[in-house]
Ligand binder design. Structure first.
Ligand SMILES: [Zn+2]
Length: 443
């Protein structure tokens, strides 16, 4: 089978994740010109082009990870079991100081290899060295919002992070059809960006019509310090300088006040829920019910490999779902289907991409994954009961069940064989660079 052109997937169990939750037990998808031309019951008359037999496979929209830091993959497991500020100030930021564009590239390539293996077809990334991340994206073929990190004090790459971000946006804006890159601004947080920097970001994002991706209210300390310093919560302080006049995607948001929720609702800003990173750093637990009651779009993210330490969105979905149930002492909260929406269509909404990706519907881009249902963990597959299939995906499956991955109708992984990226080269090079950098820099 060629990995582009007209492709027909036949005989799979299809969870479309569309607004009516359509499910086909013997389904079929025809892909033409990067998009889904047909999705529905198997119909032999409609079979066309290269045929892909999806018997014994569950077919889903590609997963959408709305918060990651690709360049931090080389710091995975370097420092753990610490509080956020101790971890950042004494371990992560010192390690980041030694990063180069070469090490940022191999870290991003490693992150993308892991995304691919775990069925993540779209991600929102926040890192420095956007050109290094772009190189990894062009090689991996995974749809990526590259949100250049902005720090008022500068980064290992440049003292002028805003300038780097603006140049990157200028270079890649409007080129996603050929590159799968969506440039955006990534002001790190209220405690690393001055009000003046944030004001400039707000103006640039408005001029360029691009996303702002940031961290908001990750810890109670952040909330308290901001109130003491500026007399406002982080959300209010960002609103004050115009950030929320743009499309905002904010990670964490654990400590939003009622007024902050109002800011999110009014501006239709979205949240990336990062349950594993929040648990590991003991930052707290997102009050998800309150966010949903406020009609705020909540998607899900892994956060970086330095704070997770894996990029397995299905595993995080299970964890994120279970802790919410336990917090509320209500197992009925967040049924599996609703949870899976966070990793698919709600992720697309968070990125302003819901007309393009996030569900399997005719006209949308063919971003598709399959899960192998022959694995012990997926048996029995009660294919006449869709509710049980959502449970299988959220509570039983993990990234290791992902079998095939398509983006824009291009097959990037088939039967767990990567078709574009060189797994051995990336793994070996990342290993060597991580070890030598840690040794050389006394980390
Ligand atoms: Zn983060």
């Amino acid at each position: 089978m060629e990995n582009t052109g007209v492709i027909t997937l036949i005989h799979g169990h299809i969870l479309t994740m569309n607004s009516t939750s359509d499910y086909y037990s013997d389904g079929m998808i025809v892909i033409r010109n990067k998009r889904i031309d047909y999705v529905g019951p198997f119909d032999p008359i409609k079979v066309s082009g290269n045929v892909f037999d999806a018997t014994d496979k569950l077919i889903l929209p590609g997963l959408i990870n709305t918060h990651a830091h690709s360049g931090s993959a080389l710091f995975r497991s370097l420092a753990d079991d610490l509080f956020l500020m101790d971890w950042l100030e004494n371990y992560m930021w010192p390690a980041e100081r030694f990063q180069t564009k070469e090490s940022a590239y191999i870290a991003a390539a490693l992150t993308h290899l892991e995304f691919l293996q775990n069925g993540i077809t779209t991600n929102a990334d926040m890192w420095y060295f956007p050109e290094s991340v772009a190189q990894a994206v062009l090689e991996s073929g995974l749809r990526t919002f590259i949100c250049s990190t902005i720090f008022t004090k500068g980064s290992p790459e440049s003292k002028d992070t805003l300038g780097v971000a603006a140049d990157f946006v200028e270079k890649y804006k409007g080129r996603s059809e050929e590159t799968r890159i969506y440039p955006a601004y990534g002001p790190h947080a209220i405690y690393t960006c001055s009000q003046e920097t944030l004001r400039e970001v707000a103006e640039l994002a408005k001029r360029d019509h691009v996303l702002i991706h940031t961290h908001i209210s990750e810890t109670s300390g952040e909330q308290k310090t901001c109130l003491e310093r500026l007399g406002m919560t982080p959300s209010q302080a960002m609103k004050d300088v115009g950030i929320f006049e743009n499309h905002v995607l904010a990670a964490h948001c654990i400590y939003l006040s009622e007024e902050d929720c109002e800011i999110f609702r009014e501006s239709q800003a979205a949240i990336s829920y990062n349950p594993v990173s929040n648990l590991k750093l003991c930052s707290g637990i997102l009050p998800l019910e309150k966010m949903l009651d406020n009609d705020i779009c909540v998607s899900i993210g892994t956060d970086g490999p330095q704070s997770n330490n894996s990029l397995d969105l299905l595993r995080d979905l299970k964890m994120g779902s279970l802790i919410q149930k336990n917090e509320l002492k209500n197992p009925r909260f967040l049924p599996a289907e609703k949870a899976l929406r966070m990793a698919t269509i709600d992720g697309a909404k968070a990125l302003g991409m819901e007309k393009e990706i996030g569900s399997l519907e005719a006209g949308k881009r063919a971003d598709i994954i399959t899960l192998d249902t022959n694995r012990a963990v997926m048996i029995p597959l009660l294919d006449e009961r869709p509710a049980s299939l959502y449970s299988q995906v959220v509570y039983a499956a993990s990234g290791s069940n992902v079998c095939d991955v398509f983006v824009d109708g291009e097959c990037l992984m088939k039967n767990r064989q990567e078709l574009r990226v060189d797994r051995q080269y990336i793994s070996k090079t990342a290993q060597e660079i991580a070890k030598s950098s840690i040794k050389k820099n006394g980390l």
